[in-house]
Write a protein that binds this ligand. Structure first.
Ligand code: 13P
Length: 337
């Protein structure tokens, strides 16, 4: 039974829209994780979560993964609702891949600094200024940027996809200049780079990492390729979140310095309880983890309320979605084993 009049309901929804998320009080004593799982069953919903979300969210999800894994899961699910626990571009990618499904994100304001660093109109001018170039875009972009792209990549498949182009092909890579430089060095190419960066990975410094290496000389260094080149040079392994996790589980080492968003430590500790994972702090702090404030906008109460009310729904302009679908599908095709 609804306790509110139609007028009050409209006012409540307007307030949600302004905030970008639902902030109703949660009933006292409610076991949120159980309630979320119950809603998933009732509504035929699936929860996908990125490794950077908080541990409670990862624990309640049906699937936890890196950006590539999340897109692959979305592409094959038969659920009616996809609850994307991560940031907005991940919801957009799912909405583009699954136009017949309802894609929810718990907080519409959960953006991504990389996606924000590449406005579509400026990127369009950049592409136009480089005639004859093919365009490779990192998945951390808006749907409108993907629509200007030949093929999308994630950190998990970027090398393979760059290698799939002719050796003499002229290429643009955007928006992450660090990942782009890393790929140029790996492949011997000279892709033209868009000057964007991730605000989390840019905060790692050589000084902090070297200091920790001195304290833990036995530790192996796990680095995400969105980090600056000087940090990447200190790595024992460079890879996507899934690749770093996989390496840590398989490696005979016992201690690891983790140079990526600290949410990944949850799954690392879960899968390898006997090993020690040390988060490398950001440059500008004396202690603490390097967390993405946008990923942290995704909380259990918001997931519960979003599933309950089936809002906020991620929507993409149909024309943009049509143009963005091809480069995403191309990525999925090129990522098959
Ligand atoms: P991966 O999930 O591909 O490791 O990339 C991390 C990231 O930047 C997510 O926004």
């Amino acid at each position: 039974m609804c306790l509110h009049s139609n007028h009050t309901q409209t006012m409540i929804k307007d307030a949600w829209k302004q905030k970008g998320y639902i902030d109703e009080p949660i009933p006292e004593g409610l076991d949120l994780k159980k309630a979320i799982r119950r809603l998933c069953e009732e509504k035929h919903a699936i929860i996908l979560a990125h490794y950077y979300t908080e541990g409670d969210i990862q624990d309640v999800a049906d699937y936890v993964g890196d950006s590539l894994g999340l897109a692959q899961q979305a592409a094959k699910t038969d659920a009616r609702i996809i609850m994307m626990c991560g940031v907005h571009f991940m919801g957009e990618t799912n909405a583009i891949l699954c136009p017949d499904k309802k894609v929810l994100v718990p907080d519409l304001t959960a953006t991504c600094s990389l996606a924000e660093s590449c406005p579509a109109d400026e990127f369009a001018r950049f592409v136009k200024a480089h005639p004859g170039h093919r365009v490779i875009s990192y998945v951390n972009t808006s749907a409108a940027v993907k629509a200007l792209t030949d093929v999308v990549v994630t950190s998990g498949n970027a090398r393979r996809i760059v290698d799939s182009f002719d050796k003499d092909a002229k290429l643009i890579f955007g928006p992450d200049r660090n990942l782009g430089s890393y790929l140029n060095a790996l492949t011997g190419r000279q892709m033209v780079l868009w000057p964007g960066a991730c605000h989390v990975h840019e905060r790692f410094s050589v000084e902090k990492l070297v200091a920790l290496k001195q304290q833990h000389p036995e530790a192996k260094v796990l680095v995400h390729p969105e980090c600056k080149g000087a940090v990447v040079k200190l790595a024992d392994v460079v890879g996507s979140t899934a690749a770093l996790l996989d390496f840590a589980c398989r490696d005979e080492g016992n201690t690891f310095l983790v140079v990526t968003e600290s949410g990944i430590l949850h799954e690392m500790q879960k899968r390898c309880p006997g090993k020690t994972f040390i988060p490398v702090p950001p440059d500008d702090s004396t202690c603490g983890c390097n967390e993405c404030n946008y990923m942290r906008l995704c909380t259990l109460p918001k997931v519960y309320l979003s599933l309950l009310h089936e809002w906020p729904v991620v929507s993409v302009d149909p024309e943009v979605a049509r143009a963005a679908l091809r480069p995403i599908e191309r990525m999925l095709e090129l990522s098959k084993k």
